[in-house]
Design a protein. Structure first.
Length: 160
């Protein structure tokens, strides 16, 4: 766009015929939900509910297909074997000392052993001795041998 030169007789530049105010466009402050917004929220909620239901259903199927054995954990010089077990709620786990040294079972965290205090065996048990505990509630329970804190294990308890 070319600028006009001032008139010879008049030293002013003519103003444009349509002046635009120097203001930002007004935002829509109306808080009412539009039908499109409501539809999107409802569809989103249905999708989330469907995905959650499918995921939970698949988890139930996996748990139903799991063979929960063994519920015996051997304690060896190398640690707990297996180090992680999956059991149904209400199952008893037996730790059998297959080592030549004494061992203990204690709930994590080390050294407090208060994550599931009832799990703690108390006294150490020697070779060919065992300790048992029944897990009644679903959850994930870490444990260790306080005599050998680097020796750790985990029991995963699921509702059947």
């Amino acid at each position: 766009m070319k600028h006009k030169q001032p008139d010879q007789d008049n030293d002013t530049i003519p103003e444009p015929s349509h002046k635009q105010p120097n203001v930002a466009p007004k935002k829509n402050t109306d808080k009412a939900w539009t039908p499109r917004t409501i539809t999107m929220v409802v569809v989103g909620a249905i999708l989330i509910a469907a995905i959650t239901w499918i995921t939970l259903d698949q988890q139930r199927d996996r748990v139903a297909d799991v063979d929960f054995e063994p519920t015996e954990v051997a304690i060896t010089a190398d640690g707990f074997a297996p180090s992680t077990i999956l059991i149904p709620a209400g199952a008893e786990v037996r730790w059998v000392n297959r080592d030549t040294e004494p061992h203990q079972i204690a709930s994590d965290p080390y050294p407090e052993a208060d994550g599931l205090a009832e799990l703690n065996s108390g006294e150490a048990f020697g070779p060919d001795s065992e300790y048992s505990f029944t897990f009644t509630e679903a959850g994930e329970y870490g444990y260790h041998d306080p005599l050998n804190p680097e020796t750790t294990g985990r029991v995963v308890v699921v509702e059947e």
